[in-house]
Design a protein around this ligand. Sequence first.
Ligand SMILES: *[C@@H]1O[C@H](CO)[C@@H](O)[C@H](O)[C@H]1NC(C)=O
Ligand SMILES: *[C@@H]1O[C@H](CO)[C@@H](O)[C@H](O)[C@H]1NC(C)=O
Ligand SMILES: *[C@@H]1O[C@H](CO)[C@@H](O)[C@H](O)[C@H]1NC(C)=O
Length: 239
Amino acid sequence: MALTMRRASVARPAVSSRSRTVTVQASAAKHLGAGAAAVALAATLSLAGPALADLNAYEAATGGEFGIGSAMQYGEADIQGKDFSNQDLRRSNFTSADCRNATFKGSNLQGAYFIKAVTFRTNFEDANLSDVLMDRATMVEANLKNAILQRAVFTRSDLKDAVIEGADFTNALLDKTQVMALCKYAGGVNPVTGVDTRKSLGCGGQRKYKASYPSNPDGPQVQEDEKEAFRKTLPTYRN
Ligand SMILES: *[C@@H]1O[C@H](CO)[C@@H](O)[C@H](O)[C@H]1NC(C)=O
Ligand SMILES: *[C@@H]1O[C@H](CO)[C@@H](O)[C@H](O)[C@H]1NC(C)=O
Ligand SMILES: *[C@@H]1O[C@H](CO)[C@@H](O)[C@H](O)[C@H]1NC(C)=O
């Protein structure tokens, strides 16, 4: 028992007990009713609560992860045409999900995972997609109008005919062929950040394109306050 307790106290996110509690409480209430939820909550709060592995499985099933309740699990899910508009979905997992025609309009998806996701005609208008990982995603005809895509990674992703009017690609990483294709029709200014879409993509010449590499010290830099804001969203696993 003593060993279990020690393990749990080291590996559990120290700072996130509040959001974890909220997640557990909310989902427990959903499944068990208020009385049982109080018992479940008390069990969770005391160190004699469920073993860590059980807790992780429970959390994965109920959506909370990484110590923040917003990280939903939609890995490999079929969510075609589903409505996820105006939601807090930071760090959610849409790996290999079928998101065709789904809408994420106005949602905060910062740091979400869309590895190998199919986002054909998916609506990301006005969404905050900063720091997302879109590796090998199919984004054909996706709507990225006025989306914030700062520091997003789009390696080997297909953005053919995506709507990018007013999208902010500052420090995003795209394949060169994609940048060239997007620059043929890119335009607009992001209404939130005030960033010019063409400038953020580094359109207009080889020199500018090179300067837009995130690792180039002469290119646009991630500001300290941006870094600090991102750090604040990270869960703390120990004090
Ligand atoms: C995301 O979902 C995929 C597929 O279900 C899974 O393999 C992966 O471990 C998950 N990643 C995270 C960060 O939750
Ligand atoms: C997507 O939506 C369009 C109309 O908005 C519809 O014609 C099409 O069948 C839908 N496709 C899927 C895969 O849901
Ligand atoms: C995007 O969301 C993150 C996390 O909530 C936030 O820190 C950041 O300021 C947002 N970006 C913009 C441009 O609103």
